[in-house]
Design a protein around this ligand. Structure first.
Ligand code: GLN
Length: 291
């Protein structure tokens, strides 16, 4: 079988599933197995594929057909122009989260260009937020915390992959991971679990069956982590430090209210690619430091 025929077999296996991009996914997998880039696949359609690669490809496409995410199969997801290693046990980075990272990169340039600063990311997962900031801003000393071992292991793999020496990773329950360090942070970021518990079952199979519940489940109303992080962050932010979160599309009102109640100023919202509220941010104001 040649590349084109094999790709078509793969596409046929998944083309009726919701939430797939069959041609792209089949191409990504075959390029991974052949150890070539996508362009090679497009331009070498008549090349013959060996039996073992063919079998492996079809076996993995069948796994994909059952809802298993393609990113876990190829162990890769592009985020902020970087190829992150991903696997079961970490959330697959979403392009919506790039909105948060882009904002932080610009904020750093406007406020702290070239100056040494500390950044803390709570719940690192694959390291998408923490490591992309560290990659693009070498003046940032980035601290990442996670409660679980798999994300810490995967974030370490990515730290090596991107050759970062401005990243420190710690295990712990939110701020507990950095409490002994005596550091203050110019910026605290987080994409905490924010799906209301009972809604997890309504998500697409790829997410509810295979992505880690610990990265999704935000408790009864999805807001458990914001209720902890917002007040606790005041002990760890510098006086005009920035707190910035990813949020669920219908949570902006409640979360901005929590921020204002805790004394944050310039509290604002950023929208995602679909025009939905996706990020809440605020600056720790005078009312919080004089508590
Ligand atoms: N954006 C993810 C989803 O919709 C949720 C991520 C999270 O809970 N932080 O599946």
């Amino acid at each position: 079988m040649d590349i084109n025929q094999l790709l078509q077999r793969g596409v046929d296996l998944i083309k009726d599933r919701p939430y797939t991009n069959p041609v792209l996914e089949a191409t990504l997998l075959l390029s991974k197995l052949l150890n070539v880039d996508k362009t090679y696949i497009y331009t070498h359609g008549k090349d013959k594929v060996s039996r073992p690669i063919m079998d492996k490809f079809l076996e993995l496409m069948e796994k994909r057909a059952e809802g298993y995410p393609i990113q876990y199969i190829i162990n890769e997801k592009e985020f902020m122009g970087l190829d992150f290693y991903v696997d079961e046990g970490v959330l697959i980075p979403r392009s919506d989260t790039e909105i948060l990272v882009e904002y932080v990169l610009e904020y750093i340039d406007n406020k702290y260009k070239g100056k040494p600063i500390n950044i803390l990311d709570l719940g690192i997962g694959s390291g998408a937020i923490a490591l992309s900031i560290a990659y693009y801003k070498k003046n940032a000393n980035v601290y990442g915390v996670d409660l679980h071992d798999i994300p810490l292991k995967i974030a370490r793999i990515n730290k090596e992959r991107f050759k970062l020496n401005n990243v420190n990773l710690f295990k712990g329950d939110l701020f507990q991971g950095v409490e002994g360090l005596g550091e203050k942070f110019h910026i605290i970021t987080s994409n905490p679990p924010y799906i209301p518990k009972r809604e997890i079952e309504t998500l697409q199979e790829e997410v509810k069956d295979y992505e880690p519940k610990e990265a999704l489940d935000g408790g009864e109303d999805g807001l458990d982590f914001y209720r902890r992080i917002i007040p606790e962050s005041k002990e760890y932010l510098i006086k005009d430090g920035l707190l910035i979160f990813e949020i669920g599309y219908d949570q902006s009102k409640q979360i901005t209210n929590m921020m204002v109640d805790e004394g944050f100023e310039n509290v604002g919202i950023l929208k995602d690619l679909q025009g939905l509220d996706r990020v809440v941010l605020g600056i720790m104001g005078k009312r919080s430091w004089n508590r």
